[in-house]
Ligand binder design. Structure first.
Ligand SMILES: C[S@@+](CC[C@H](N)C(=O)[O-])C[C@H]1O[C@@H](n2cnc3c(N)ncnc32)[C@H](O)[C@@H]1O
Length: 201
């Protein structure tokens, strides 16, 4: 049994599980696995989900912050309505989108970003775009995350990753680079899980 076969098989398994359980994406399992390991979510929190389409992470967040949590999801693409969440169609690189978010919530307890660029196939280009999106998410953290709050961000590993990680370490008590089992094993995406935002106001 080759390594490649095992990876493909695992990917397929999460895809089938997601379809069966009603999750909109295989990515939902990544968030469940991250939460199981790092205990990010609690009842009644306010969550901001960046790059939320088609809504798998938002579904998980809605479940984990029930009964009185708030989940706001943002994406360039439209997202089908989901009970317990509110969606904004907007580009996270635009200030107008920030204004829309602020009209819904004034702070977040948890910010999660699964934003990915459209893959061009040229790794250095895609990686640079991924870092740019992660930087945008960090900007939202600086502006909206409550002191003590948590942040999960996806990023493609590359040359400028250590510098980005350093910025995160300056803002949080705990930062860990993590690759959940449901992540595509062949991709170089990782998640940085950050807990306990310092009060830098
Ligand atoms: C991997 S998908 C997210 C999957 C989602 N977490 C789920 O579980 O359903 C990445 C998303 O990032 C979004 N995205 C990329 N660039 C963005 C931007 N500048 N602003 C908002 N969303 C963006 C894409 O449209 C895409 O839907």
């Amino acid at each position: 049994m080759s390594k490649r076969w095992l990876k493909e098989h695992r990917k397929e398994t999460y895809y089938r599980q997601a379809k069966k359980s009603g999750y909109r994406s295989r990515a939902a399992y990544k968030l469940l696995q991250i939460n199981k390991k790092f205990r990010i979510f609690k009842a009644n929190q306010k969550v901001l989900d960046l790059g939320a389409a088609p809504g798998g992470w938002s579904q998980v967040a809605v479940e984990l912050v029930a009964p009185s949590g708030t989940v706001i999801g943002v994406d360039i693409d439209p997202i089908k309505p989901l009970e317990g969440a509110e969606f904004i169609k907007g580009d996270m690189t635009s200030e107008d989108t920030m204004d829309l978010i602020k009209s819904k919530i004034d702070y977040a307890d948890v910010i999660i970003s699964d934003m990915s660029p459209n893959i061009s196939g040229h790794y250095s280009v895609d990686q640079a775009k991924s870092v740019y999106l992660a930087e945008q998410a960090l900007d939202v953290v600086v502006r909206m995350l409550k002191p003590g709050g948590h942040f999960i961000v996806k990023i493609f590993q590359g040359e400028d990753f250590p510098e980005f990680l350093q910025k995160l370490k300056e803002r949080f008590e705990f930062c860990k680079v993590h690759s959940p089992p449901a992540s595509r094993a062949q991709s170089s995406e990782v998640y940085v899980v950050c807990k306990g935002a310092y009060d830098k106001r």
